[in-house]
Ligand binder design. Structure first.
Ligand code: TXA
Ligand code: MG
Length: 327
């Protein structure tokens, strides 16, 4: 659907400068990070942040991650304890998001944090040139329509948001391919809200055991309030997804980690050499490519549940979940 203007496609140093100007004007600019493309706006402008929710069709209660050029800039907006500083030193720039208490001086629009007293901050490894050129906090969810598969290329962004955003800054394909790991440190102890580009094992190696997204007895509604993006049905292709498939029917598409199962009208191998990092980087591309009219569903083969495989399985489970709630 077109909102009446042409989305500029930007690249290179000239594109970075233009993208920074657009952000300063309060416009929406999608840009590549190492995980997925983000839909960026000046985080301090409520009008620009509101435009993100409108362009995505995203429920307003789902808070956004703020992106910074470095840890010093991020920690000027949130209160970082020793654990946060240790994790930042080890994993930033990189695919880790930390949820921390907002400082009273934080100028990020309340809407960006959906009114929560915490703020999710991250220093991405890619997209640095834009963050430096802009010089402030950039609020950015994944640059897809709400509930759809996250984009890992400028083409994916345009397929969903062309005509709805001012520009896309083409940074090439995203090397990690799944979203950042989201770790809540606001309650003192680490609490893993989303599996992502930094494997849980690496976090545990750095700071010891962490809690998981769903604590026993925590009601679904409470969980959703804590991190609404954890809504079960999310990241979904149009076709239903069948998990743990060891074979595919003639009217199904087949998605496999290593060896492809027999059958399948369309087939996509995540990693011939069974490399989890390569598989993660190709996951969303594969889901998009297999999502074809006329087929019954996507048969997804098993993926080892370790390292980046945890994030892959998390996204596949969401893609397979029954459709309910905001998507
Ligand atoms: O890799 C990524 O994280 C990408 C790139 C663009 O940086 N961004 C991304 O954003 O995946 P988004 O909006 O699709 O997911 C952000 C997640 C959601 O699950 C949201 O609920 C959670 O972070 N989140 C954001 N702020 C939070 C907060 N204050 N407390 C708890 N969860 C929060
Ligand atoms: Mg998203």
């Amino acid at each position: 659907m077109s909102a009446g203007f042409v989305t500029e496609r930007l690249a290179g140093a000239v594109g970075v400068a233009r993208a920074a100007v657009l952000l300063r004007e309060g416009k929406l600019v999608a840009f590549g990070t190492e995980t997925v493309y983000g839909l960026g706006a000046d985080a301090t402008r409520p009008d620009a942040v509101a435009a993100i929710f409108a362009a995505k069709g995203r429920p307003h209660f789902n808070p956004l991650i703020c992106h910074y050029a470095d840890a010093e800039a991020a920690f000027a907006d949130v209160v970082a304890d020793a654990t946060a500083r240790l994790l930042a030193a080890r994993f930033w720039p990189g695919p880790l998001t930390l949820v921390l208490p907002r400082r009273v001086t934080c100028r990020v629009a309340l809407l960006a944090g959906a009114g929560l007293e915490t703020l999710a901050v991250r220093v991405p490894a890619a997209g640095q040139d834009l963050l430096r050129a802009f010089g402030g906090a950039v609020a950015a969810p994944s640059a897809n329509r709400s509930g759809q598969v996250s984009p890992t290329s400028a083409e994916h962004v345009l397929a969903g948001l062309s005509g709805r955003i001012a520009a896309v800054l083409d940074g090439g394909p995203c090397p990690v391919g799944v979203e950042s790991t989201v770790l809540d440190l606001s309650a003192g102890r680490g609490f893993l809200l989303r599996q992502g580009g930094v494997p849980e094992e690496a976090i545990v190696d750095a700071i010891g055991p962490v809690g998981r997204g769903i604590t026993p007895g925590q009601a679904e509604t409470t969980r959703n309030l804590r991190s609404p993006g954890l809504l079960v049905s999310h990241y979904a292709p149009g076709l239903p997804v069948r998990l743990g498939a060891t074979e595919a029917a003639d009217d199904e598409a087949a998605l496999a980690f290593g060896a492809l199962p027999s059958g399948g009208a369309a087939r996509f191998q995540l990693s011939g050499g069974e490399d989890l990092a390569e598989a993660a980087s190709r996951l969303f591309e594969g889901l998009r490519w297999l999502d074809r009219a006329g087929l019954r569903g996507i048969a997804a083969g098993p993926v080892p549940d370790r390292g980046l495989g945890r994030a892959i399985n998390d996204r596949l489970q969401r893609a397979a979940a029954p459709r309910e709630g905001p998507r």
